[in-house]
Design a protein around this ligand. Structure first.
Ligand code: TRP
Length: 334
């Protein structure tokens, strides 16, 4: 495909999304988020910015050196997955200081009680009772800043992020009412495959749940081993076991043409779980193969990655600075 112009197309809708830099990306991020990002990037209707939410990592306990590595690795995974710096602005949140600045201005229209009642806040406090910090409480305010600083209207994220988008819309409305800014009210954007189940059969695939995920760099042997360990024991009452239903979700996402064959076998009791599992494992490995090849190429060219990161930061900063200058003016700070 030939490329002519990396400037935002003026009639297109702006899209912003981000993934937290808590580790390398896994299959859940790829199928659930990155594939949707790719689709939007390749459509002329959208002007896309994709971020690594590295500053958000500070809201829960983390290892400094791991963050330093991960914030770069997520960019490499984006590139390996096919995100293209000629079509999308790919950047690291911490490279654009204005996100933090705008989040502070936004915090003047956000009440403490509203933040304390968010389910995401309560969950994290339960997980890390000794880390109920102001940074955690402010998580949604920073996310609102990530989105509104670019006047993004569409945010491709999973359902679990809807409460945060609601906060972003409230912030936009309050800022517009109180200060006369003109922020749009951003909407979430569901992409197909947005829900990727955990290999444990419970909940969604997550970096923070051991044994729940497949890494993008896993070999076919790793994948087979992990998929074979999905629990398939029949439930009392004859309901489909959660692990089996997870396996069927993978069939649906990756090899939908095989679904009826396995489902018929499941119904008449002839399904061999090992065959289902190995078929799913092969399908996952096939999906990941091109990414792994591109990743190997990128690993051999760190200067290219550095350049992508520098360019992304520069483009994002130019847009963010315009917004912040306008907000400061309207707040009486300039
Ligand atoms: N909260 C998002 C998540 O955990 C990550 C994120 C941070 C984000 N800032 C964002 C997503 C801005 C979309 C837009 O998945």
């Amino acid at each position: 495909m030939t490329h002519t112009d990396s400037h935002p197309k003026s009639t297109s809708k702006r899209v912003l999304s981000g993934i937290r830099a808590t580790g390398r990306l896994h299959l859940g991020n790829y199928l659930g988020a990155v594939k949707g990002m790719l689709e939007l990037q390749d459509s002329a209707e959208y002007d896309t910015l994709y971020m690594v939410a590295d500053v958000h990592t500070l809201t829960t306990p983390y290892e400094v050196e791991q963050l330093r590595t991960n914030r770069r690795e997520v960019i490499v995974d984006y590139l390996a997955a096919g995100l293209d710096p000629q079509k999308s602005i790919l950047f690291q949140q911490a490279d654009v200081n204005e996100h933090i600045e705008l989040a502070f201005y936004f915090s003047s229209v956000v009440s403490i009680a509203r933040m304390q009642h968010l389910p995401t806040f309560k969950d994290k406090v339960k997980q890390h009772p000794d880390h109920a910090t102001l940074a955690l409480l402010n998580y949604p305010t920073l996310m609102a800043s990530d989105i509104l600083i670019y006047n993004a209207e569409l945010v491709p994220v999973g359902k679990d992020q809807e409460p945060h988008l609601e906060v972003a819309r409230e912030v936009a409305r309050k800022m517009n009412d109180q200060y006369g800014t003109t922020f749009p009210e951003p909407q979430s954007f569901a992409t197909p495959g947005a829900y990727v189940p955990s290999l444990t059969g419970e909940g969604k695939m997550s970096k923070s749940v051991e044994g729940s995920f497949i890494n993008l760099h896993d070999t076919i042997d790793d994948i087979r081993k992990k998929v074979r360990s999905v629990p398939t024991a029949t439930e009392v009452g004859g309901e489909m076991a959660p692990g089996v239903s997870a396996l069927f979700s993978f069939v649906e996402l990756l090899i939908p043409e095989e679904k009826s064959r396995f489902m018929d076998a499941y119904k008449d009791g002839s399904l061999r779980y090992v065959e289902l599992k190995d078929t799913v494992a092969e399908a996952i490995a096939a999906e990941l193969k091109p990414l792994q090849e591109r990743r190997a190429e990128l690993a051999a060219d760190p200067a290219y990655v550095d350049q992508v990161i520098r360019d992304g930061a520069e483009k994002a900063r130019a847009l963010a600075q315009t917004t912040v200058a306008d907000v400061k003016q309207k707040l009486g700070l300039a």
